[in-house]
Design a protein around this ligand. Structure first.
Ligand code: SF4
Ligand code: SF4
Ligand code: SF4
Length: 350
């Protein structure tokens, strides 16, 4: 046996995993699902929700599988009546401090907490009591922050710090008063990448422009490429009634699901009435609509005039990262071969 590999049996299925693998990761390799709320494979272990508890043979108490490394010969059970009872109690406790908002919540139908409440058949709550309520709304332009729905999983804090490198939010206060917020509870003022929104397992963080446009079950997903810059991040458009109502990105893409604010929130131009649909020619200080033939003839005659009067180096061409490689290639060819200058550049050099 490879000395770097460890034997583990999960729910009676034997396997070998590399040294350093956690029980949760080992279960995933075997396609065995363990519920989690605070775990994310690309973030450091938080161990806050305790939902991923499992029983290890010989152990007195259940352990959290996200933070427990596999030991050689370990025998693990991921679902027993005792484990499921504890998980159900954890969900009940979380829901005891959570608004009953599923009917109007943006996240309903796509909410991990709602899924778990459904799975455990929780209707009445044994732990009724005081609930955190917050009146102040965050007036930032992009992200709806409803902290009454926050379950303090910490994923937004970690992703903002570890992936985005911004650290715009963190835990404040202690115990029952604990809350995730920007410094001094001011309005969020950050890069607005929306990475925090993408990992939030509840409706605590959503896009402001998404409100009441449609639930996840109502949308058709269309995978495409972001048109903004030369990075070419993968986007998934959430389309309802032929309108884009939300944008996300999948984890298994080149950009690993991370986007910038333009890619995630800058899509309203698609339906803008100000979008150019035909070329415009300026005459007497005013634009008028023109045909492509008219516009191209005008450009050609003006370029010829400038070149013969001032020489080819008096002309420069600026292309766009929104164009395809082929279009950019043709453009530089045109500037170099047809105009005769090397004055050519574009807006996305890295
Ligand atoms: S966050 Fe989830 S559980 Fe909470 S109200 Fe919204 S859909 Fe329901
Ligand atoms: S939008 Fe981006 S920068 Fe702002 S809090 Fe969320 S993760 Fe951090
Ligand atoms: S806002 Fe969402 S991601 Fe952040 S701690 Fe609360 S539930 Fe978790």
């Amino acid at each position: 046996m490879d000395s770097n590999m460890l034997k583990i049996t999960i729910n009676g299925v034997a396997s070998e995993v590399p040294n350093g693998t956690t029980i949760l990761e080992a279960a995933k390799l075997l396609d065995i699902h363990i519920p989690t709320l605070c775990h994310h494979p690309k973030l450091s272990v938080f161990g806050g929700c305790r939902l991923c508890i499992v029983e290890v043979k010989g152990g007195k108490r259940p352990v959290i599988s996200c933070a427990t490394p596999v030991a050689d010969g370990m025998e693990v059970k991921t679902s027993t009546p005792r484990i499921e009872e504890i998980r159900k109690t954890i969900i009940e406790l979380i829901l005891s401090d959570h608004p009953n908002d599923c009917m109007i919540c943006e996240k309903a139908g796509d909410c991990t907490l709602q899924e778990l409440a459904y799975f455990y058949g929780i209707r009445e709550n044994r732990f009724a009591g005081e609930r955190r309520t917050y009146d102040k709304k965050d007036n930032n332009p992009f992200i709806e922050r409803d902290m009454e729905k926050c379950i303090l999983c910490g994923k937004c804090v970690s992703i903002c710090d570890e992936i985005q490198g911004v650290g715009a939010i963190d835990f404040s206060y202690r115990g029952f008063n604990a809350k995730v917020c920007p410094p001094f509870e001011k309005d969020l003022n950050c890069e607005f990448c929306g990475q925090c929104v993408s990992v939030c397992p509840t409706g605590a963080l959503t896009g402001k422009m998404w409100s009441y446009k449609g639930r996840q079950k109502d949308v058709r997903e269309v995978d495409t490429i972001c048109p903004y810059c030369g990075c070419g991040c993968s986007l998934t458009l959430h389309v309802r009634q032929n309108k884009v109502i939300r944008v996300s990105s999948k984890e298994n893409t080149i950009n690993e699901g991370w986007l910038c604010p333009k890619g995630r929130f800058g899509y309203s131009f698609i339906d803008s009435p100000e979008r150019l649909k035909t070329p415009l020619i300026k005459e007497n200080g005013k634009f008028r609509e023109a045909t492509w033939d008219e516009a191209l003839d005008l450009i050609a005659s003006k370029l010829k005039k400038i070149r013969s009067k001032h020489g080819p180096d008096s002309i420069g061409g600026l292309s766009s990262a929104r164009c395809t490689n082929e279009e950019n290639y043709i453009f530089q060819k045109f500037i170099r071969a047809a105009i005769g200058t090397n004055n050519v550049d574009h807006c996305a050099r890295y």
